[in-house]
Design a binder for this molecule. Structure first.
Ligand code: ATP
Ligand code: MG
Length: 342
């Protein structure tokens, strides 16, 4: 079955596993905000249950969740037009996650590259939750019958797995219950790379702060990180083709394009023949101009954490109202006795 049989609905989430980065902004937040204008319901979640798949200090996690909520709002996500909440306040996610653990196959999970990247050589010592992460993510999406999932390129595999889990559930139980959600991966910077290593994704959990730009970095820090970003010694070429084997240069061009709203082609045309001595300061100015208002607004919102908690609580109530009936129907389908229902 295709997603078109269901009312379109957008869901996506971000882990409060650290401070939000430029990668999160360009690959996710900026696009989450744009999606609010498409006439489709938008549900955005701080996936705190995902964050604890690796160790999180409890007080820091609480702080990071509130800060991430401030980052969402400062990036243009309006809690009046979108549902904004943290995952753990809607227990239907975890409950459906368990059922989907019983649908997903070990062979499917073994193919997930995020687990391999995050577990590294340490796979015997990471949590079971890190391994099961993709089936909880499938539950996050399917518990709203979401049809579209805006994500960065790195999450494509998880959304595809969600489709496989939905299809197997529908097939095993002989129902047309879950939609096949589509990953929506668009824009000039669907995979922002580390500033220190053009082959690694920029991540909020990277141990090196110099590898990323945080949405809370001040103007000097942003400029300094861009100045120190790893590059090669060549000037910029006049076509994108010329950046094929230059991942660091390509990354900075993509960032410039995504921040300015230009295509990557237009950026190389504008800077053709220029060295990084010219391009990096231009990129730093652009990044500061686009990110400073966000970081200022985050600071303002963070001054009132009770208001952030109130917004998340209200969002959780609205999310629960959609998720609970879908979970109840799922429990019926799989054969659970439901005698306490009124
Ligand atoms: P972590 O290191 O803890 O996994 P993260 O920076 O990868 O953090 P996530 O919470 O895993 O962030 O991902 C949130 C969203 O941001 C997802 O849609 C993901 O695809 C997107 N995203 C994360 N990193 C990047 C990046 N470097 N470029 C583009 N999009 C990204
Ligand atoms: Mg990630």
């Amino acid at each position: 079955m295709t997603a078109t049989a269901f009312t379109p609905r957008i869901f996506s989430g971000i882990q409060p596993s650290g401070g939000l980065t430029l990668g999160n902004y360009l690959g996710a937040l900026k696009r989450f905000a744009e999606k609010q204008d498409e006439g489709i319901q938008t549900i955005y979640c701080l996936v705190d249950l995902h964050a604890i798949t690796v160790w999180q200090d409890p007080e820091r996690l609480r702080q990071q969740t509130r800060e991430a909520a401030a980052g969402f709002m400062a990036s243009g996500i309006d809690p009046a037009r979108s549902i904004l909440f943290n995952q753990s306040q809607v227990s239907a996610h975890a409950e459906l996650g368990w059922i989907l653990n019983c649908v997903a196959r070990l062979g499917w999970m073994n193919r997930m590259t995020q687990f391999k990247d995050k577990a590294g050589k340490n796979a015997e010592h990471v949590s079971l939750g890190l391994y099961a992460y993709p089936s909880l993510m499938a539950a996050d999406i399917l518990v709203y019958h979401a049809t579209h999932v805006p994500v960065g390129d790195d999450q494509k595999q998880h959304v595809e797995l969600t489709r496989d889990i939905a299809a197997k559930f529908n097939h095993d139980y002989g129902v047309d219950f879950f939609p096949a959600p589509e990953p929506v991966i668009e824009g000039a910077a669907t995979r922002v790379m580390s500033l220190r290593d053009g082959t690694k994704k920029m991540s909020k959990s990277d141990p090196s702060d110099a590898s990323r730009i945080n949405l809370t970095d001040d103007a000097d820090t942003i400029a300094q990180k861009i100045r120190k970003a790893r590059t090669d010694a060549e000037p910029l070429p006049d076509t994108l083709e010329g950046l094929k084997d230059r991942p660091e240069a390509r990354n900075l061009v993509n960032i410039y394009a995504a921040l300015s709203g230009m295509t990557a082609e237009a950026v190389v045309t504008e800077f053709a023949g220029q060295g990084f001595g010219t391009f990096k300061p231009a990129l730093a100015d652009l990044a500061v101009a686009k990110l400073s208002p966000i970081s200022l607004e985050m600071t303002r919102l963070m001054a009132d954490p009770a208001e952030i908690d109130r917004i998340l609580g209200e969002g959780a109530d609205r999310a629960e109202a959609i998720a609970r009936p879908i979970l109840d129907r799922t429990l019926d389908i799989v054969g659970m006795v439901r005698s306490r229902r009124g």
